[in-house]
Write a protein that binds this ligand. Structure first.
Ligand code: ADP
Ligand code: MG
Length: 345
């Protein structure tokens, strides 16, 4: 096995229409791995594993490909080596989480780029006599309930259970075989559509829910009918709910309840990261569905990446500072990944 800290990057998006219309000023500066945020009182500098500047062309600009080249290729390499991998996008609503994870047709994000390279590798594997089986699942955690985005709308919420050896999992979650990256992305799109439907019915639940797309990879080599090796890994790609404080989320009853539940998962995520970063004995994984499911990805058998998305605008600088502080703490968490290998020779 190998120990490694969670790798944390930040990404600064361009101004949006609203910020342009109010003539917002840029409150962030990046120099190498350092990011400085300036509010009315002070300038605060943090260091990360990487800082992606997608604000303007005043310095080296990070495109979707840049972000993939840095995070995606490394993640895929570890996944193919047989390590479980997890990538989470964190940040306030509108900061660029979904753009970085999914992107658009013209500017595909991390998930489509990872999927397309994965199938390229699978094709190369085949030439070496290695079979690769790929399955995907897609779920949403909303108000502490797990919903299968690949299931029927009428399906009951799913339960999280814990397997003694394999850890927490979602009981009854659909895993669909995907034989090409087009197929995998089509499955993801159908899941996204299931989210969007919910969003119009329930006050944009998509910014208040966590979306978890998982890829299950099995690599197998047989020689003359005998297994030479079998490697398995699980890649969790997570678009987290908006991290903004719920006080700004509105006052209606459902919204308050939503805010509370989302706070519960995100607050617990914060508490878990805090406990792990301080090497505390008790880590409150079980206090929320999200952290229970992520138990392995946080301090366990996984290589984990966090991409913190931030707005450049001065009127968001307090939210941005809170994101940067959160991200800073996540860097102190150590994971202990082992290769999930089953050599049967
Ligand atoms: P979030 O998922 O964090 O709520 P989004 O990813 O939906 O935020 O981003 C909000 C808006 O900003 C979207 O219209 C998106 O296309 C745009 N955006 C975000 N990041 C970038 C970027 N790096 N470059 C260009 N546009 C971006
Ligand atoms: Mg989003």
């Amino acid at each position: 096995g190998s120990s490694s800290a969670i790798k944390v990057s930040i990404r600064v998006r361009p101004f949006n229409k609203r910020e342009l219309s109010i003539h917002a000023k840029c409150a962030l500066a990046i120099e190498g791995v350092k990011c400085t945020a300036t509010n009315e009182k002070e300038a605060k500098t943090f260091s990360f594993d990487e800082c992606f500047w997608s604000f303007d062309k005043s310095q080296e600009f990070s495109s979707q490909e840049t972000v993939y080249e840095s995070i995606g290729t490394e993640l895929l390499k570890h996944a193919l080596d047989g390590y479980n991998c997890c990538l989470m996008a964190y940040g306030q609503t509108g900061a660029g989480k979904s753009f970085s994870m999914m992107g658009s047709r013209k500017q595909p994000g991390l998930i489509p780029q990872i999927a397309s390279s994965l199938y390229d590798f699978a094709a190369k594997n085949e030439n070496k006599g290695i079979q690769t089986e790929i399955e995907v699942s897609y779920m949403e955690i909303y108000c502490e309930k797990v919903r299968d985005l690949l299931g029927k709308k009428s399906d009951k919420p799913l339960r999280v259970r814990e397997h003694p050896a394999l850890g927490p999992y979602v009981e009854g979650l659909k895993k669909l075989a995907a034989t090409s990256s087009e197929e995998a992305l089509q499955i993801m799109s159908s899941g996204n559509a299931a989210r969007t439907v919910a969003a119009t019915n329930m006050n944009q639940s998509s910014s208040r829910s966590h979306a978890v797309f998982q890829i299950f990879i099995k690599q197998k080599k047989t020689e003359e009918g005998v297994n030479v090796f079998e490697k398995q890994s699980k890649v969790a790609l997570i678009d987290l709910a908006g991290s903004e404080r719920s006080s700004s989320a509105g006052t209606s009853g459902t919204r308050l309840k939503e805010g509370g539940a989302i706070n519960k998962s995100l607050t617990t995520l914060g508490k878990v990261i805090h406990a792990l970063s301080e090497k505390k004995k008790h880590v409150p994984y079980r206090e929320s569905v999200l952290t229970w499911l992520l138990k392995d990805s946080l301090g366990g058998n996984s290589r984990t990446w966090v991409l913190a998305a931030v707005s450049p605008a001065d009127d968001s600088v307090e939210e941005t500072l809170s994101t940067l502080r959160w991200a800073d703490r996540a860097r102190k968490v150590q994971c202990h990944a082992v290769i999930n290998e089953d050599p049967t020779t």
